[in-house]
Every structure is written in C-alpha cells, then in structure tokens.
Design a protein. Sequence first.
Length: 108
Amino acid sequence: MPTPAPVTQVTVNRDDPWKDDGNIVLTAGGNYFRVHRSVLSAHSQVFKDMFDCPHSSDVEKEFVELCPVIHLYDAARDVQIMLKAMYDRRSVVRPYYTDTSLTVPCAS
C-alpha cells in the first residue's frame, strides 16, 4: 500500500477575512483569505459555477491548512473588499448624498 505524501505546512500571509472554520482559501497578490465555499456560492454565480464544475477538484492541487487554494488575479485589496461585503454588508461604504438640488414639485 503506497504511503500518502507528507503534508507540507506553508506559512502564508493571512489577511482579513480569515475564518478558522473556512473550507477554501483564496489568494491574491500574495495575501490569503480563508473563507467558506457556501458563502462564495451564495453571493457569486461565478464561484458557484466553479465549485459545481466536476473537474474543479482536479484544479485544487495546492492546500493551506488542509483547505484547497484558489488563485485569483485580482488585487488583494479588491478581493478583501469583496469578501468583507459578502460576510458583512455593513462594511460596504455607501455614498452619503447631501445634494438637495432635486426637489419634488408641489401641486398647487
């Protein structure tokens, strides 16, 4: 019986969000984000399709803390903002409009 390949522990630059119970790691710009497939799938059709694809497990050859790693080619800050918005919509900054140039005409 062949012996399994040893698991190599890799030190990674953890970034927020890093969910200890996450089951997938996204990496962008050298930063790593441990998150949940279910959250990504619920908020993004692209991630849902990627995880539903039958060959996706073939692509997952790199692991961090036993979680498969998905490499993204976006800026780390952009990925972080996207993930924070998925986990907590209050973290998304909404513009505050003070322009009152639009008025509602009153019937006379």
